[in-house]
Design a protein around this ligand. Structure first.
Ligand code: G6P
Ligand code: ZN
Length: 543
């Protein structure tokens, strides 16, 4: 096999963010741009010679092209065996599962998650390490360093491979196994949740809708829900992955999964509704008449996980990202287990999971997961919900209401200011940072600031420190506001403002969220001077 060594010019803009390198498609289409980044990844894997590598993505525009490039470059960089999902597909949690199961050195996961796809949409390349999780910061820093000094890349000169057929293809010494993207994942999940109980639930007439949002979870949800668990055909909608997600934004929230949201709030609502994002790691849960916030869903799953075989022995501990509501902490306290608070970004759960300190974790950004893989897992969350409903024999909305009755309700909303001028966004954060010391005791409307700080994380396992992970302000009225800048945007800056308020009283659990939070929202805007600094009087998205 001829190996070509191609001279290239280092790029200055290949710094991986929260979830790898994520840019607009035309950026990736620049000559050698993809190759440079992949070579930088390979150069950062010291033990790649003779190892196994997993490759797959969410099927968005460029996915197929980049899978072919990655395979040919892997052949020229000493890998021994590649596992590639059929059609170049692997959901993010399935990629994590396959890496772990087959003891791969890591995996290249192609996705821009919930961002739109297509020729003018977003694309992304992420590297996951041998534990199946996103590369830690030390690793992505090494990749970035390498992208800045690279002068050449290596690629095998072979024709494109047929990835649409299962089987084994050799490129000289390297073998490429085209695998069923669903099989290993389905096997793993079947060991964790009670497939028998869920099958009986469907057989008894239980109805759900799963919206795959024309993204990668379609084949997974169809195979598992309809194929293995006997849900009626048509339970999974938008089940075929499309390169541009049908022109939609594959983000499972009440705005972008509006059709499902409306169905669940209408008269003919099925018993349960769920959706997943572009690469299958996020989830949305809607029960008849009620949207379940990701923070509540996490708390409810933690409270009931013992009903599933994989968690019947109880939870070692739990974790949530800092901006996620504190509902999980209340469950942890009642279970007598630790609740860890991490920065935003799934990778921060990795050390806690690897050390066995936690079993379940999640984020407000619609991510929930457990120790079974090292990514969040949308379909797993949905199946765990179904397991709980099947075994508890309760309606989904009753489970939610009973949870609030036992633990109180954390009303929660997130206000996003998207594509804000980066300098203005920086000034918002800087302004708050400079005033942290003077805020406690200050009255804002009917609220009084109790404490204000900037979140700094010291990883309890490896001692690594991550600074400036969001500014949080708590109020004496059991309310909290968190401000942070998104690490996943591809244009300008996105300011996220997370707003919550706790209500213990049972007769105050059925109120309208934005109404309950109105005065906290006003305080959040006023304290950060958002309108004056950004020119925005209203957020672009409220979820
Ligand atoms: C990705 C990460 C998550 C993170 C989310 C929000 O989905 O995998 O761990 O919570 O992005 O990131 P952002 O920086 O945009 O708020
Ligand atoms: Zn995702």
């Amino acid at each position: 096999m001829p190996i070509k060594i191609v001279p290239t010019v280092a790029q200055s803009d290949q710094k991986p963010g929260t979830s790898g390198l994520r840019k607009k498609v035309p950026v990736f289409q620049q000559p050698h741009y993809v190759e440079n980044f992949i070579q930088a990844i390979f150069d950062s894997i010291p033990d790649r010679n003779g190892s196994t590598l997993v490759i797959g993505g969410d099927g968005r525009f460029l996915n197929r092209d980049v899978v072919q490039i990655a395979i040919k470059m892997a052949a020229a960089n000493g890998f021994r065996r590649l596992l590639v999902g059929r059609g170049g597909l692997l959901s993010t949690p399935a990629a994590s599962c396959v890496i772990r199961k087959h003891k791969a050195v890591g995996g290249i996961v192609l996705s821009a998650s919930h961002n739109p796809g297509g020729p003018n949409g977003d694309f992304g390349i992420k590297f996951n390490t041998a534990n199946g999780g996103p590369a830690p910061e030390s690793f992505t820093a090494a990749i970035y360093e390498r992208t800045r000094t690279l002068t050449e890349y290596r690629i095998a000169e072979v024709p494109d491979l047929n990835l649409d057929q299962l089987g084994v293809i050799s490129i000289d010494d390297m073998i490429v196994e085209v695998i069923d993207p669903v099989a290993d994942y389905a096997q793993l999940i079947s060991e964790l949740v009670d497939f028998g109980a869920i099958s009986r639930l469907f057989a008894s007439g239980f109805r759900m809708r799963f919206d795959a949002m024309s993204a990668v979870t379609g084949p997974y949800a169809t195979a598992i829900l309809e194929g293995m668990l006997g849900a009626p055909g048509g339970t999974v909608v938008n089940a075929t992955p499309l390169e541009d997600f049908g022109g939609h934004h594959p983000d499972p929230n009440p705005v972008h999964a509006k059709e499902l949201f409306d169905l669940m709030h209408g008269p003919g609502a099925p018993d349960f509704g769920a959706a997943s994002d572009g690469d299958g790691d996020r989830n949305m849960i809607v029960v008849p008449g009620l949207f379940v916030t990701p923070s509540d869903s996490l708390a409810i799953l933690a409270a009931h996980a013992h009903l599933a075989p994989g968690y019947s022995g109880g939870l070692a501990g739990v974790a949530r990202s800092m901006p996620t509501s504190r509902a999980l902490d209340r469950v942890a306290a009642s279970l007598g287990v630790s609740s860890f608070e991490t920065p935003t970004g799934w990778k921060f759960f990795g050390t806690l999971l690897d050390a066995g300190l936690i079993t379940l974790c999640g984020e407000e950004s619609a991510g929930t997961g457990s120790s079974h893989v090292r990514e969040k897992d949308g379909l797993w969350a949905v199946l765990l919900w179904l397991n709980i409903l099947a075994v508890a024999g309760k309606r989904a909305d009753d489970v939610v209401r009973e949870h609030w009755a036992s633990f109180g309700r954390d009303y929660y909303t997130r206000h996003d200011y998207e594509e804000v001028d980066a300098e203005a966004a920086r000034r918002v954060m800087e302004g708050l940072r400079n005033r942290l010391a003077e805020l406690p005791g200050r009255c804002v409307g009917d609220l009084t600031v109790q404490a204000a700080d900037e979140f700094r994380y010291v990883d309890p396992v490896d001692g690594s420190v991550t600074e400036q992970q969001g500014i949080r302000i708590t109020f004496e009225e059991d309310a909290r506001v968190v401000y942070r800048l998104s690490g996943t945007g591809t244009a300008g800056a996105t300011l996220r403002v997370y707003i919550e308020r706790y209500e213990a009283a049972r007769d105050r659990h059925e109120l309208e969220t934005q109404h309950v939070l109105a005065s906290v929202v006003r305080a959040a805007r006023q304290l950060a001077d958002i309108e004056r600094l950004t020119g925005r009087s209203e957020p672009s998205v409220i979820t």
